[in-house]
Design a protein around this ligand. Structure first.
Ligand SMILES: NC(=O)c1ccc[n+]([C@@H]2O[C@H](COP(=O)([O-])OP(=O)(O)OC[C@H]3O[C@@H](n4cnc5c(N)ncnc54)[C@H](OP(=O)(O)O)[C@@H]3O)[C@@H](O)[C@H]2O)c1
Length: 484
């Protein structure tokens, strides 16, 4: 199966923060891979913009190094790195000053798609939007791409939305959640809405519960200062896990179109019940021979920010009333693994008797590593000696199913940037979605702050604090193993 490359129109893409970590690790290498795949049309240009003094040649060297380090080393069929670099230039630009803007404007062309990637701190979003307008770079068709975190709470998210809305229409704003660009996440929609098999069972009558796990092995590393003001709830749950939950829980949209999909996601967020504080477990990793504790990492011995969170949520609508959604995410856990597991109910009556044991179908959607899906089905254990049942996985790994072409599947950033150029907002968060997510998140955070809740310490390399296991055990359920 060959992944088809659908060409986009020639574009002018300005990357504000073009010298930063995200630009070097993801955006620029991603663009190079799209160039290699033949998706970046001739006549397109990529312009880095930041305060650092640099000429085009120096910037191209930086881009070349970034591609070498983070490009993944794929073969490039459409041309050479030099040909790609020919399309790259740099303008020293200050988001808070007036330097560079006239020169930047001079590079813009009328007949190409204009996109402005805000790969800078959110505190600069308003300045950039205002200057894009004031210096005449923004046209009614141009697009802006904004990175997470989109706000720290509802109030700051509203302020950001309002600052952008002064100069750009909602149809021009692309709020990135890179989880939505993952192949498996989109496959989730294909599986749900492209097959007859699952959707009839996709409700509280047949689904016992759903687990969403995003586990990381790394600690906060050099991001301690930022992370300690945020925590797992703001950094992961409010955006990434919430988006996954929406795609799992939403009603079928009438069409696979941006607002149709986003309307359905919004309904899910609005139907989320406040979470009982007994159903939230927060944790912080301790120290071990491989690294310092969370509190040492963030250099605050009294920090109460969580590096792990697990919670049980409910969606109050007809489809999901009574089916819990268990979410968990954390750092320095046993394995780097993200998955969504839909655990179906037991068969209502076992004709094989009590000895056959309890068997459940589980549809597990793996986001990483080894993107794919597994469906556990119950079969007879082979051999003589009666009817013993065993669960076996029907396993579909994309790498196996697609063969060598799987390597050519674009990563999340590549896909999302091309969607921006195409003008397709389906996989981007709308302003009201982000605000609704914060409106659900804020009271939970305020609740544990008011209770002076202290996160439980957990062993690095574990699955999180014991209390998180208990959250499931109390309900007679079990987390799936965190494994790579
Ligand atoms: N890194 C990641 O993996 C990651 C992942 C998800 C989201 N994000 C988000 O993406 C954004 C960028 O993150 P990052 O990690 O790339 O940050 P970073 O490494 O600190 O880079 C910041 C960039 O902004 C530029 N900059 C700072 N002040 C500026 C100003 N006044 N005018 C113009 N440019 C300015 C910097 O260049 P100069 O100093 O030369 O101006 C640099 O290019 C942040 O919002 C972050 O939260 C990052």
């Amino acid at each position: 199966m060959v992944s088809r490359v659908i060409p986009v129109d020639p574009f002018d893409l300005v990357i504000f923060g073009g010298t930063g970590d995200l630009a070097r690790r993801k955006i620029l290498p991603g663009l190079f891979r799209r160039f290699c795949a033949g998706q970046m049309p001739e006549g397109s240009q990529i312009i880095g913009a930041a305060r650092s003094e640099m000429d085009d040649a120096e910037y191209r060297r930086m881009v070349s190094d970034a591609v070498a380090e983070f490009g993944g080393g794929r073969t490039c069929e459409a041309g050479t790195l030099e040909a790609f670099l020919d399309a790259v230039s740099y303008v020293t630009t200050d988001a808070k000053g007036d330097g560079g803007w006239v020169e930047l404007n001079g590079k813009m062309r009328d007949s190409t798609v204009r996109a402005f990637y805000f790969s800078v701190a959110p505190s600069l979003f308003g300045d950039l939007a205002e200057r894009l307008h004031r210096f005449g770079l923004a046209t009614p068709e141009s697009r802006i791409v904004v990175e997470k975190p989109f706000g720290h709470d509802l109030e700051s998210a509203r302020a950001l939305n309002a600052a952008l809305a002064q100069h750009f229409h909602e149809t021009q704003i692309y709020r990135i959640d890179h989880y939505l660009g993952k192949e498996t996440v989109q496959n989730l929609m294909a599986v749900r809405f492209g097959n007859m098999l699952f959707e009839p069972l996709w409700n509280a009558q047949y689904v016992d519960h759903i687990q969403i796990t995003v586990a990381e092995t790394v600690g906060v590393g050099g991001r301690g200062g930022y992370y300690d003001k945020s925590g797992a709830m703001r950094d992961m749950v409010q955006n990434h896990l919430m988006q996954l939950l929406c795609l799992i829980a939403m009603e079928p949209p009438a069409k696979f179109e941006p607002d149709a999909v986003r309307d359905e996601k919004l309904k899910v967020i609005r139907a989320l019940e406040p979470v009982d504080w007994h159903h939230i477990v927060r944790g912080q990793y301790g120290a071990d021979e491989n690294g310092p504790s969370y509190r040492e990492d963030v250099e605050d011995p009294k920090s109460r920010t969580e590096s792990f969170i697990a919670m049980k949520c409910h969606i109050s609508n007809w489809r999901w009333a009574g089916t819990p959604f268990y979410l968990r995410t954390g750092k320095r856990l046993k394995a780097r693994a993200s998955e969504i597991a839909v655990v179906f109910k037991d068969a209502p009556h076992s004709i094989f008797g009590a000895d056959a044991g309890r068997h459940r179908n589980v549809l597990a959607i793996r986001l990483q590593p080894n993107e794919g899906m597994t469906l556990d089905v119950t079969i007879k254990e082979p051999g003589p000696g009666g009817m013993r049942l065993v669960d076996v996985p029907l396993d579909m790994s994309f790498a196996d199913a697609l063969g060598p072409d799987a390597e050519e599947v674009p990563d999340a950033y590549e896909r999302l940037i091309m969607d921006v150029i195409r003008g397709n907002q389906t996989l981007f968060m709308r302003g009201d979605e982000v605000e609704a997510a914060w409106a659900w998140t804020d009271p939970l955070i305020a609740g544990w702050q008011a209770r002076n809740d202290v996160p439980k310490t957990y062993d690095p390399g574990s699955s999180g604090p014991e209390d998180a296991l208990m959250l499931m055990h109390r309900d007679g359920r079990k987390w799936r193993e965190v494994k790579a």
